[in-house]
Ligand binder design. Sequence first.
Ligand SMILES: Nc1ncnc2c1ncn2[C@@H]1O[C@H](COP(=O)(O)OP(=O)(O)O)[C@@H](O)[C@H]1O
Ligand SMILES: [Mg+2]
Length: 255
Amino acid sequence: MSELLTINSIDVKYGNIQALRDVSMKVDEGDIVCLIGANGAGKSTLLKAIVGLEPLTNGVITFEDTKIAQMRAESKQRFRFRRNHDILTTDKIAEMGIALVPEGRRVFTDMTVEENLDMGAFMVRDEKVVARKKEEMFEFFPILKSRRKQKTRSLSGGEQQMMAIARALMSSPRLLLLDEPGLGLAPLIIQDIFQKIALINREDKVTVFLVEQNAKIALKASTQGYVMENGKIVLSGDSKELLENSKVRAAYLGE
Ligand SMILES: Nc1ncnc2c1ncn2[C@@H]1O[C@H](COP(=O)(O)OP(=O)(O)O)[C@@H](O)[C@H]1O
Ligand SMILES: [Mg+2]
């Protein structure tokens, strides 16, 4: 399989805090890859770096053959007034086919379900395509269809998560990034959501990269896994093998 996303030795800093340290990983086309790690490990920071929301202080991120993010601290100092063309904007990265479902869902609660879906298609110019995509989403998430005219704030947590995923899919991404899709949801709802994620991957051929604190469900849902501690990748491999790994079992599965 070909590599869709390649992360090469990246560092990200928040002031003096180094949130990511020499992180390298890859996501092959067609796979579901997971990144597990405790709260504060750096998982969300990695997703933000991929979509251009946090600058790199070292390293490169490549999507297929295009560099989408690259260290810019140095060039910023040297060429303070030069626009840095090595870094794509978040909009451009979205246009290339990467969609992020952010942590905590972040749906627009004042808008209706349908308006949220329209927002997800902001870069699709053909209205017919938007309408078709919306119908597809309603078919795939029937609960959203029955609530299409309702304000999103009236939805349950699980429904809001489905809404956030549907919104991300409106742009027909090739790579779907999910930040803790199971966070704060009941086990049965989490199962529903992970079933949907599996279908999106299998039937729509969308490559998935998901980050989770819930190691068990993430490793079961994926083919490849990475483990992050304090901003560093400390383990990686086949998800099945990681599930059997004694360190993973002790640290993340409470065994
Ligand atoms: N905007 C920010 N400013 C300063 N520190 C931050 C910011 N966002 C995250 N951090 C810190 O970076 C580290 C990694 O955070 P984060 O990527 O959110 O971890 P995770 O998603 O794994 O819980 C944590 O120590 C967190 O406190
Ligand atoms: Mg997070």
